[in-house]
Design a binder for this molecule. Structure first.
Ligand SMILES: [Zn+2]
Length: 128
């Protein structure tokens, strides 16, 4: 599967509200972002699995200045590294976060919203 086909598969999942990870049946590794082969063992025995959604904030930064005018209305927002329950660490955005009280280790849940264009993107919210 080519990189553009992987991207298409991933985006199709997002359009349905599904964050798609890849699971390797050769070694059991689960990965994000989508790749042609398993990053752990090099095998191409990969299948798509939907992430359940919970994650933990591993690191984050507060964005207070938009480098692109299309993000201006979203300020301030949080860009974070999220450790997914399934294992992979991914970069995403935490929406509706109190940027002054958010902490590393906070629990987050998966959501989707148009981000920068019309396509739905995986984002996270601080868990209740
Ligand atoms: Zn593998």
């Amino acid at each position: 599967m080519s990189n553009s086909a992987l991207d298409k598969e991933f985006q199709a999942g997002c359009a349905r509200g599904e964050l798609r990870l890849q699971h390797c049946s050769a070694c059991g590794h689960t990965q994000f972002y989508p790749r042609i082969i398993c990053a752990a063992c090099g095998n191409d025995a990969l299948s798509w699995v939907a992430a359940n959604g919970p994650g933990t904030v591993a690191s984050f930064t507060k964005v207070r200045q938009a480098i692109d005018p299309k993000f201006k209305d979203l300020l301030p927002y949080v860009v974070a590294l999220i450790d997914l329950q399934e294992g992979p660490r991914m970069m995403s955005v935490i929406i509706d976060a109190d940027v002054d009280t958010l902490q590393i280790g906070d629990s987050v849940t998966l959501d989707f919203m148009p981000w920068g264009d019309d396509a739905l993107r995986p984002v996270f919210k601080v868990a209740e």
